[in-house]
Write a protein that binds this ligand. Structure first.
Ligand code: GLU
Ligand code: MG
Length: 439
């Protein structure tokens, strides 16, 4: 505390992810930090059950239990100053249910912790490298959504500089993220105007999830500071591509080597890597419920999108759901291209590890890798095409939900099925344009 005060810090922002991976937090005056570390901060458990519109969804343990508390304790190991908010430092919070003293069942961080422990029992230490895409928007009070893309330049993929980023958003953002200390390495303009990709370094699964969570919060906060909107929605605009959350996954072996590497194995991959791929393919429909968590997510999928559409894998093939990047040796890894940017990083990583773990446990073998251009429904099965289908697949995949936990799964399904029901009742703009004039 003395050190923080000497650095001019007088507020600590304690933050943690809700079920959809958005940040919930409280600002604590520095003088009160020791007491907060002792007792924790009380929040209503329904923080996990609140929709983006602010309604409390009826999830067991919330409304039905009289809206009890959860307790959030600062994890001071994660403390870092907020470079764009003088006097403020921020850290993650650990969540317990005061009734049981155990982690709260819906806490995404604790879910991931439990899955990482299950991997450890199998001798697996997962290493994850996240890649996230997002659209930056300017205010457009006259447009129906209130926002338009920051740029509608075309043909600007893999550029940096003023060609498609007239206000140097990327440079400014990269430097601030570096100062936040969350392991951001590089960024560039993505395929469509106003779309950016920023890559994080790889590290152990929990650390990678923490950094992805903090990254998404930081990008949204920095945009707000400029009166802009940064969105990680999967497919925010018609006529342009969606935003992915690609995960690079490998496993460390006991000596710190790469357990996915085997120069003598098929394609230079170890049996563990092949089993992990097979597990991810086998559980992909259920995994989609976590990797593609919104009604909107399924509009990103499709042929010729650079997003997946089919459940397949390929060697350095960007039309596949699982791509094996060309590096081998210490760089041997798989790239899961399934997730979209709206995924909660903890749930996406937990679901992916759970699927990989099941493949390793069962020593499953994947089919032959895709060759050439993908998106051929004669060769591979389709991913779910709607959120309700993915939620049904999750519910039916009892092997996966056993790893994720029945309590978590039940809460997640209730929460997400409420979202689906609200959407299904809502009359969309498309329906009015399509039908109103002629019918
Ligand atoms: N935007 C594409 C997606 O939704 C990915 C583009 C790329 O290959 O980086 O997954
Ligand atoms: Mg990209």
């Amino acid at each position: 505390m003395t050190r923080l005060a000497a650095e001019g810090i007088d507020v600590v922002r304690v933050t943690y992810p809700d079920l959809i991976g958005s940040d919930r937090a409280r600002d604590v005056l520095l003088d009160h930090l020791p007491a907060v570390c002792d007792h924790g901060l009380a929040f209503c458990r329904a923080v996990y059950h609140t929709s983006p519109q602010g309604d409390v969804v009826d999830v067991s343990g919330g409304l039905d239990a009289g809206l009890p508390d959860i307790c959030v304790r600062p994890d001071l190991d994660t403390l870092t100053t907020l470079p764009w908010e003088p006097g403020v430092a921020t850290c993650l919070g650990d969540v317990t249910d005061p009734a049981t003293g155990q982690p709260a069942p819906e806490s995404p961080r604790d879910l991931l912790r439990a899955v990482v422990d299950r991997c450890a029992e199998q001798g697996l230490r997962p290493i994850v490298g996240p890649e996230l895409e997002y659209f930056l928007c300017d205010a457009a009070p006259d447009s129906p959504q209130g926002w338009r893309r920051y740029s509608d330049a075309e043909g600007v993929v893999y550029t940096a500089g003023l060609r498609a980023d007239g206000d140097n958003h990327l440079l400014r953002t990269l430097r601030l993220l570096r100062d936040l200390g969350i392991g951001v390495s590089n960024g560039n303009h993505e395929f469509d105007g106003g779309q950016f990709e920023i890559n994080l370094t790889h590290s152990e699964a929990m650390d990678a999830a923490d950094r992805s969570f903090r990254f998404k919060s930081a990008i949204k906060e920095l945009a707000r500071k400029e009166g802009r909107l940064a969105t990680f929605m999967a497919k925010p605009f018609n006529g342009v591509g969606g935003s992915g959350f690609h995960l690079h996954l490998s496993c460390a072996d006991a000596d710190g080597g790469n357990a996915f590497d085997d120069p003598s194995g098929a394609h230079g991959l170890s049996a563990t890597a092949r089993h992990a791929i097979a597990g991810i393919l086998a559980h992909a429909p259920a995994l989609a419920a976590l990797a593609n968590p919104t009604v909107n997510s399924y509009k990103r999928f499709g042929p010729d999108t650079l997003a997946p559409w089919l459940i397949d894998w390929g060697l350095d093939n960007r039309s596949a759901m699982v791509r094996i990047p060309p590096e081998r040796g210490s760089g041997s890894r798989i790239e899961l291209r399934l997730g979209d940017a709206s995924a909660n990083p903890y749930l996406l990583i937990a679901g992916t590890l759970a699927a990989a773990l099941l493949g390793v446990r069962a020593a499953e073998e994947p089919p032959a890798p895709l060759e050439g251009y993908g998106y051929d429904t004669a060769r591979s099965a389709l991913l779910p095409s709607t959120l309700p289908d993915a939620l049904d697949a999750l519910e039916a995949d009892t092997a996966l939900t056993e790893v994720l936990g029945k309590g978590f799964t039940a809460s997640y399904l209730s929460y997400k099925r409420d979202e689906v029901a609200r959407f299904q009742r809502h009359v969309t703009d498309w329906e009015f344009v399509e039908y109103a004039y002629h019918l």
